[in-house]
Design a protein around this ligand. Sequence first.
Ligand code: GLU
Ligand code: ZN
Length: 279
Amino acid sequence: MIFKTRFAPSPTGPLHLGHAYSALLAHDQARASGGAFYLRMDDIDQSRARPAWAEQIKDDLIWLGITWDGEIWSQHARSERYRTTLQTLWDMGLLYSCTCTRADIKAAANAPQEGAPLIGPDGLVYSGTCRGLDISAMPNDTPIRLDMRNALQHIDIKCIKLHEGDVEYSKSAQNMIAEIGDVILSRKDMAASYHLSIVVDDADQQITQVIRGEDLRDATFIHVLLQRLLELNTPSYTHHRLIRDQNGVRLAKRDDARAISKFRKDGFTPDDIRKMVGL
Ligand code: GLU
Ligand code: ZN
């Protein structure tokens, strides 16, 4: 099996050290194994994605010495594909339409009988207010959620396991429900959420190896579940350590001084960047 990996930045801001680390790791492994390295623009959120950021990201990657194979995929051109997949899950009876506002979700999570509100990979774990509303046709103007309990039952899964090297990470069905819950798979003005679009893209590109930051490990449980439901291959996942600044703050949370373009302006070389991220 040929090694195929990818780097999928969101063109919603500059490429920073943390992104550069993911891209370099994936790129180096692909080149060392004679495999493929693809570049995809995660621009499904058209309200935040900007072509100028995509251009800047490509320019920074080239400067870093990164080359990619084939065409660059853009998610906004793939809405139909995501919609068809969403419809498949809807027809399986695993999705529902949710009309709650942010305030509704917060209020439900803070209701006295609920205990401390749980924060999952997408923020507050949804309390399920709209679950069970009987709507026959899938609406295209409301967020669509995965019914987590139903989905796990559908494939009769007790536990999802991830293997990274010798380490096993697992999440029981019970914890998938409690800690992740009914995640959003599509939004009002977005054909697919990050979870659905990335799973479909990885499958369509026959990605064998996903290399990304450990902040996404919890999301990977959702991705593996979607792969099982849709009968797609599960790639190998590697979640790398996060690059932090001198104060221990995660770089992904800040888009200021740590941008690769800033280092370039300040006269750093691609080798300096490699050293800074520990490569
Ligand atoms: N656009 C996502 C990010 O930059 C991609 C994550 C992934 O590789 O799956 O966080
Ligand atoms: Zn709702």
